[in-house]
Design a binder for this molecule. Structure first.
Ligand SMILES: [Zn+2]
Length: 280
């Protein structure tokens, strides 16, 4: 243990390698103490690879999340994002934030895929379609697929009580001003629903009570019914959450067969393959 504080950073690095296969709270504590004062970039980059920090989770997690969020080194941020795979769903909100960090996005997406968090879905969808992320498209696609598969089999979290008032406030704030915005006026005044997504034929909206409506905007009288198809319910709320991130908590569980559409990169834009849903 004393060698961890040797003044030669080669000795410290070798000591880490001697310890890294052993998972115990004592070793985790010693490595964690060293991590907090270590100045050698090389040794720090090794120290953040120790998977045993999850044994001292309460102490280690806040510091590791600070590194994930704001360490100047992309190597450190990336390795911490991978390390978070051992820390449980508690780490998910920080990983969702890390999707905004080009340096750590790939690692954050891969770790999120292990947890399968619906709240990560809108951001993963947006980043998947972004041309700048072409180099990590495969990882983002895997994260989306893994998330859909995992959440399809997990119990859905209860709807937060605040959701109802939030949706109502957004409906009240709708402000159709032109004749061309008639669907918006119908959603606000007749249906009391927040528009989420549309394709060439239908528009979908969410009522404060969680009901999802489907309006045929091409047919006379624009008939409106309750949307009952599980894939469509999932896809339109996921699309709506791109515009309203608060809705990420309201995304219904997808059916087990749901996959992001590789033709339109989950955007649904003018896509015949997925009928504009972004998911198949
Ligand atoms: Zn498509």
């Amino acid at each position: 243990m004393r060698a961890l504080n040797d003044e030669d950073d080669n000795v410290r690095a070798q000591t880490f390698h001697a310890f890294r296969r052993w998972r115990s709270p004592e070793i985790a504590s010693a490595l964690f103490e060293r991590l907090q004062i270590e100045t050698s970039p090389r040794v720090r980059a090794w120290l953040v690879m120790y998977e045993g920090y999850s044994l001292i989770r309460e102490r280690a997690l806040p510091h590791l999340l600070t590194l994930l969020h704001s360490d100047p080194s992309a190597v450190i941020r990336t390795r911490v994002a991978f390390l978070m795979g051992g820390f449980g769903p508690q780490a998910v909100p920080a990983l969702v934030d890390a999707l905004d960090d080009p340096g750590a996005m790939r690692a954050a997406a891969m770790t999120i895929g292990r947890y399968g968090s619906l709240r990560a879905l809108p951001k993963l969808m947006r980043e998947w379609a972004r041309p700048a992320n072409q180099g990590i498209r495969r990882e983002l696609e895997s994260a989306l697929r893994d998330t859909a598969i995992t959440t399809a089999h997990a119990p859905h979290p209860p709807r937060p009580p605040s959701a109802q008032a939030w949706i109502q406030a957004r409906i009240n704030a709708l402000n159709p001003t032109t004749i061309g915005q008639w669907p918006l006026r119908v959603f606000k005044e007749d249906l009391n629903a927040l528009p989420l997504h549309g394709n060439a034929i239908f528009l979908w909206g969410l009522r404060p009570d969680g009901e999802i409506l489907r309006m045929d905007h091409e047919a006379f009288g624009h008939p409106t019914v309750r949307e009952d198809d599980p894939l469509t319910r999932f896809a339109v709320v996921a699309q709506g959450a791109l515009r309203y991130p608060e809705l990420a908590e309201d995304i219904p569980s997808p059916p087990p067969t749901a996959r992001p559409c590789v033709t339109c990169l989950a955007t649904g834009e003018s896509c015949a393959v997925c009928a504009g849903l972004g998911w198949r």
